[in-house]
Design a protein around this ligand. Structure first.
Ligand code: DX5
Ligand code: ZN
Length: 219
């Protein structure tokens, strides 16, 4: 059986109690998903380098920083210095995804390439072995709490096939609308890391929510 990870997305956490929120899921999750938005690539703002830097002091989980920003190259080093373990940039925000991936890796951390749902999936397939993770957006990026886009199943399967055909061990992550109803279909389609914001943090028992998602995913 393929491994399956649930990555809580702190975008849906109560920022007034951010470390308490993080601690509530740390026992259940390897990866913490951290959404950075610039109000330009996406129509929303979230938080940035100082917040990552602060929570890094109190957590040893794997921080996956999802940069929903134009010109990501400018901010790779600052986020490395703030403590990112994985930096995921958008395919649509760079002219050279291979070079961007290499830049991230040059700091000794892992790279991820995020893909907007409007981007034809065939465009991504040549890059699956040039990065450590493909992050498929399963909603339009910018906001938590949206519904899973049905077109995503086939997109996940296409990326899964490309990875398996190439024999590389790149991970697939899905981001947006993952809940107890959708967890199983994305895992079955080939997803390894299920990002979940509302499904975890809108449930009073965050840890139980992560456990439940995992159980639903693997069936
Ligand atoms: C949306 C973000 C997601 C978001 C997912 O643009 O990239 O990580 O937190 O939230 P849910 O799980 O609520 O759809
Ligand atoms: Zn995200």
């Amino acid at each position: 059986m393929r491994e399956c990870f649930i990555a809580p997305s702190i975008l849906s956490a109560d920022f007034g109690y951010l470390m308490d929120e993080l601690r509530a899921v740390e026992g259940e999750a390897e990866y913490i998903h951290i959404d950075v938005m610039d109000g330009h690539y996406v129509d929303n703002l979230s938080f940035g380098i100082p917040v990552v830097n602060s929570i890094r002091k109190y957590s040893d989980k794997i921080f996956d920083v999802h940069l929903m920003i134009t010109n990501p190259g400018k901010f790779i080093k600052p986020f490395v210095d703030a403590g990112a373990d994985i930096i995921t940039f958008h395919y649509e925000c760079t002219d050279d995804p291979v070079a961007m991936s290499e830049l991230v890796r040059s700091y000794g951390i892992k790279s991820g390439i995020a893909v907007h749902p409007d981007t034809p999936i065939e465009e991504i397939l040549p890059y699956v072995d040039k990065t450590d993770k493909i992050l498929l957006m399963t909603v339009r990026p910018g906001f938590g709490g949206q519904g899973y886009m049905e077109i995503s199943d086939d997109r996940i399967k296409a990326v899964r096939k490309a990875i398996d055909d190439k024999g590389c061990n790149t991970l697939i992550s899905c981001d947006g609308g993952i809940n107890n109803e959708t967890a199983s279909r994305v895992y079955q389609a080939g997803c390894d890391i299920l990002v979940a914001g509302d499904a975890v943090f809108r449930n009073d028992d965050h840890a139980a929510a992560v456990r439940e998602l995992y159980k639903k995913a693997i069936g």
